[in-house]
Design a binder for this molecule. Structure first.
Ligand code: PHE
Length: 449
């Protein structure tokens, strides 16, 4: 239970940037906009922000504090605090194993688009059916998926994450600026205003339990919560770094990028397809090429954009891969190289299902979903809420909120102490239970949401 053998981040900025590198990724740029478009626009945004300020804040604080207190990653951390709760660490550890493969499939799509823009095919990507044709094929999506996961694996194998992280620290601010520019352009397109309204003005008639479930899953996903990752990051955090303000900064950064991505993509989808935004995972890949096609220097801006998104995706996939490798190393007592190889092969197999799920395997569905959607659903809407619930119970009633509070108060006052306690003990567990029950009932057709 000591921190002595663990390397630490240098100072607060180092910690915040590293955690933000894991948090900011495809979740913000690809996943957030299509969920917002699908689940009612403004109302989704509002629910998301409320959840981020309450659930997100409480859970992230708890996870980082648990990590820093024990100096261990998820499984060990739960185990050292209470043996009976070791299974929560295991459950959390399953999540990155499920996410990594399909995350890499989407990462491959980004690479394909980058390649298309670089090789002069930018205009073609804006054509009708281009995206559908691409993901419906067999070899090409598999090829790009392979390249993406191979790069991720090589970075982890050779331990050059630090290099990638340094580059991405320069790229991330550029990504923000570029996203703002594209968002402004997209808002000004004819017909885009409807989309802006849809995205920013909450329509309360569109509110449903599904909105909350989707927003909650997205919150966990985007902030890398309920999967043990923030516990691991916390274990590397120095005792004299201010925990509460670090959490705020990570949350603000992550939410701002997601917000901007929505502002860039949803109005464009309205401008080009008149509100037909229910395109799910393809939204970004269909809407953005059309924006770039109309923009002055669009090909160049498109290249820059996809390069930046690729880096954001890589820093996230690296943190996913690294987590899975460290679990395999620790628990199966094997060397890093072998663990990397095993994780790589496993991800290739599982990811191939997701990749082929839009093409040759399109007929095969699991509980009515294609593979990618299924993996996304089972991790985000089922396992993560359960892990979050168990974490709240664990902190609220087993180790008691005071354990987290005193860890936070190692340096300065914990300003939102009362809010934290109320959410962890009462609000979050009750809401999560209600949401889980209603989504299970609706899955079995007992109620309609
Ligand atoms: N939070 C990342 C994103 O928004 C995804 C991710 C999840 C990364 C879990 C690492 C771990 O893209």
């Amino acid at each position: 239970m000591s921190n002595e053998n663990r390397s630490s981040f240098t100072g607060k900025l180092g910690f915040v940037l590293a955690a933000a590198g894991s948090a900011v990724g495809l979740g913000n740029i690809w996943r957030f906009p299509y969920l917002a478009a699908e689940y009612g626009g403004g109302i989704f945004l509002l629910v998301y922000i409320i959840l981020a300020l309450t659930f997100g804040f409480a859970l992230m604080t708890a996870e980082i504090a648990i990590g820093r207190k024990t100096g261990l990653s998820a499984i060990g951390a739960f185990n050292s605090l209470n043996k009976k709760f070791t299974f929560v660490g295991w459950l959390a550890a399953i999540v990155p194993v499920i996410i990594l493969p399909y995350y890499s499939v989407i990462g491959g799509w980004v690479m394909k688009y980058l390649w298309a823009f670089m090789s002069g095919d930018a205009v073609a990507t804006a054509g009708d059916g281009y995206f559908g044709g691409f993901i419906g094929a067999t070899g090409e999506p598999l090829f790009w998926f392979f390249i993406f996961i191979a790069i991720t694996a090589l970075v982890v194998l050779f331990g050059v994450e630090k290099g990638i992280e340094k580059v991405s620290k320069i790229m991330m601010p550029i990504l923000v600026v570029l996203t703002i520019i594209i968002a402004i352009y997209s808002i000004c397109l004819p017909g885009a205003l409807e989309g802006v309204k849809y995205y920013l003005l909450p329509d309360f008639s569109k509110f449903s339990v599904k909105t909350v479930l989707a927003a909650m899953g997205q919150l966990f996903y985007s902030m890398s919560l309920a999967m043990g990752i923030m516990i691991t990051y916390g274990s590397y955090m120095k005792k004299d770094t201010n925990l509460e303000s670090s959490v705020s900064q990570i949350e603000i950064f992550d939410t701002a990028i997601a917000f901007l991505a929505g502002l860039m993509i949803i109005p464009a989808a309205y401008a080009f397809s008149g509100g037909d935004v229910g395109k799910g995972p393809s939204l970004m890949f269909v809407a953005l090429p059309q924006v770039f096609k109309q923009m002055p220097m669009g090909t160049f801006i498109g290249i820059a954009f996809f390069v930046l998104v690729l880096f954001a995706a890589l820093t996230s996939s690296i943190s996913l891969f690294e987590t899975v490798v460290s679990i395999v190393c620790d628990k199966m007592k094997m060397g890093r190289k072998l663990a990397c190889l095993i994780v790589f092969i496993f991800s290739l197999l599982l990811g191939a299902l997701s990749s082929l799920g839009y093409g040759p395997l399109a007929e095969v569905t699991v509980i009515g979903m294609q593979f990618l959607d299924f993996f996304d659903f089972i991790s985000n809407s089922v396992i993560m809420p359960i892990v979050a619930l168990l974490t709240c119970i664990f902190v609220g009633y087993i180790i008691k909120p005071q354990a987290v509070i005193s860890e936070v108060e190692l340096n300065g006052e914990f300003k939102r102490k009362k809010l934290f306690t109320a959410i962890i003990k009462y609000v979050a567990p009750i809401c999560i239970v209600l949401i889980l029950i209603s989504s299970v009932l609706s899955a079995f057709g007992i109620i309609t949401l």
